[in-house]
Design a protein around this ligand. Sequence first.
Ligand code: BGC
Length: 724
Amino acid sequence: MAALAAAAVLFPIALPAQQDKPWLDTHRSPDVRAALAIGAMTLSEKLGLLHGLMALPNPVPGSESVELPPEAIPAAGYVPGVPRLGIPALYETDASLGVTNPRGARPGDVATALPAALALASTFDPRIAYAAGALVGREARSKGFNVLLGGGMNLARDPRNGRNFEYLGEDPWLAGVMASASVRGTQDQRVISTVKHFALNANETNRWTLDARIDEAALRESDLLAFEIAIERGRPGAVMCAYNKVNGVYSCGNSWLLNDVLKHDWGYRGWVMSDWGAVHAADYALQGLDQESGEQLDGSVWFGTPLAIEVAQGQVPMARIDDMVHRILRSMFAVGIAGSAAETPIDYKSHSTVALDIARQGIVLLKNAGNILPVNTGLRRIAVIGGHADVGVLSGGGSSQVTPSNGSVVRITAEGNGTAARSPSEIYFPSSPLDAIRTAAPGTEVLYGSGATPADAAALASRADIAIVFVGRHEMEGHDSPNLELPDGQNALIESVAGANARTVVVLETGNPVSMPWLPRVAGVLAAWYPGQEGGRAIADILFGSVNPSGRLPMTFPIDDGETVRPILPNLGAASGAEVAIDYGEGADVGYRWYAKEGRVPLFAFGYGQSYTRFEYDRFQAAIGAELTVSFRVRNVGNRKGADVPQVYLTSAHGTAALRLLAFQKIALRPGEARSVRLSVDRRLLVEYDAARHQWAAPAGAYQLSLRRSALATAGEATATVRY
Ligand code: BGC
């Protein structure tokens, strides 16, 4: 690919440092190198690094097409470098589910399409998150990119948010730990990773105008804490600010968010890049934004001429321009993005085994009445119904949509109007669950029915020993789902199949929780999320038990919309572009915390997931020294090997009931095997943020802890009391 060859020439930093370019000397610290480079730069070279293009020929559909610089790789973003000084351009690509190829702008280019980030979060395993980040980083680098717009991690406050599938669930510790691991994985490949979208981009409806309102302490203890943890542990080179406003001020021009919290309080040393089309004024430079991305999408190239004028007039001091440039260069040097120009070809075969592994470990077994699963391979006839299971598995839409490496996708155009019309095409990755089931059950007759008519589906199901119904809900960036229901009559389909065959198993392919009015009438349920390009096989592996399910829910599954914090989707039906607001009145009590506080029992709790074996816990203790540590023992008391995720929660703080995940560990055990685990607890999860004093406060008192199987499972675990 010509673009890639051109990109490689622009990566000269790996060459031995030339004496006249001391900033290329990798023995010096990133800060020293950045300062040396800045000393050699002209003002226009500095300003040139502060804004970048959306690297697509026609970024705003319908507008005049823009000639891209020949060296730009068609993708999300391109920021020219300073070749005179050996400073490379930034080649930016989406995202954490794989390297995307927006609008097929790089004809024929494919990438490993990983499962949804929610599936990754369901693994509760930071090692897998690291492997995912490393895989995407490797592919990005091999394609000539040096910035991955990964690290999506907004907390799931609303189970109808169209982008939850790109994020890591509802808990700040889980999201922070998993995001940091994936950032490290990517940056170890010498590709800068972002974390995004900073902050509180928790709904997509009118995200360009949405004012996300919340109390400061609550924000610090929830969404901001997730970012704080991810940034401390992952050290992302860049933070992408969000489209929405936070408490009345646009995120990318929000001095409190960017200057006070991120840069001052947390000491963040990388740069803040805008989301694409999220800049509304040149003076965002003073509010903490360091770089304008996708400039064609903004009303003006604010960090081009308008910023230059503000600098010339002294409104934006040179010191601030130098700070902006310093932050960008520092991250380039710290991550070492300008690696070897000779990139090895991508080993898609081995990468697809990583995609398979994530999918297998991210699938959550929600119901298994009478041990209907794993499916007995000696059956006479299996009916597989619906969900386009004959062609592949569903994926989520928007900027994270990957073109998979394992074959052509199948596009299914939604018909109808209203919500159906919003998702012009659902994309199925070519990993057919039907084929995988046939392979897993060679001696069994496997029948397939599309599920188009419930009566035909019931007739098919009645002839089989077991019926496996595939259902899905397409979610995409830019849109929230209007409610929690499975669309297109799929609830009726399940009801009629379950009516015809009591041995019915439902496989969900969704980017969010869905309501399950049919739950009492089916025997088994799997949440497979969007399982990525090896998803069909992963689902069959779980159904037939060659892999023991170990996924745990990273989001609460509510009973229905009425049982959610906002029973009606906020701003449902608002005109596009209308100013809208949401009061996130639940504050820091996101997800399971809100259910606990309200005393509501959800359909399935955060942290919940079944296994084909059983685990028992004992010896739970908490000890307070320099930090709080918890320890316990886990034993596999069943007869299959499997992995468990014991979870430690705070259940009350100095007499007040509270529920917060403090620690978790994924542990694989053979039958009969036991393992002792010791974990330390981040103090900020226990205590509260005192906004008036700008610090975490720890009122003296007793903290009650509980070892659990999920946020709600009271399987007789021990509790321990500690004094801080
Ligand atoms: C999305 C970002 C993405 C960017 C570039 C935006 O619309 O919100 O997540 O990285 O586009 O494609």
